[in-house]
Design a protein around this ligand. Structure first.
Ligand code: GSH
Length: 126
């Protein structure tokens, strides 16, 4: 199922795939970045708990973005990767110090606000 050609609901015509669960706010950040850069993608939504380990065997988190068979996990790393692959339009400032501050702010938001929101959501809507 983790194989490119065997993933349910996705064809080999979809070179960019965003593996996720439903209601994953980290995924929406990546989806927004892809949309801003005009990169069409297929969303592959997990249907069973084993999908996380299959799609993300090292980080064991979703989202995972796959481009031409290469996969990356962690939304901030994915967004940085997108900027490397397709610099325009840029997602971070051209000033390296400001870009670093922007990435730190996004990481802080992920580790505090988004983390707390996810805890609340999964407790409220298991
Ligand atoms: N820092 C990661 C956090 C991703 C994350 O924590 N994802 C959660 C879902 S919101 C996850 O995959 N948990 C493992 C699981 O559900 O089994 C990112 O930004 O992508």
């Amino acid at each position: 199922m983790g194989d490119m050609t065997e993933t349910k609901g996705v064809s080999s015509q979809d070179p960019i795939r965003l593996y996720t669960q439903a209601l994953n706010s980290y995924t929406e950040k990546v989806a927004a970045a892809l949309a801003l850069k005009g990169m069409p993608f297929a969303r592959v939504v997990s249907e069973e708990p084993e999908d996380v380990q299959r799609w993300s065997p090292i980080a064991r988190t979703l989202p995972v973005l796959e481009i031409d068979g290469r996969r990356k996990s962690d939304s901030i790393k994915i967004v940085k990767w997108l900027d490397e692959l397709h610099p325009n339009p840029p997602l971070f400032s051209g000033d390296p110090r400001i870009a670093e501050a922007q990435r730190h702010l996004a990481e802080w938001s992920d580790d505090s606000f988004t983390w707390s929101w996810n805890r609340w959501r999964t407790a409220r809507y298991p």
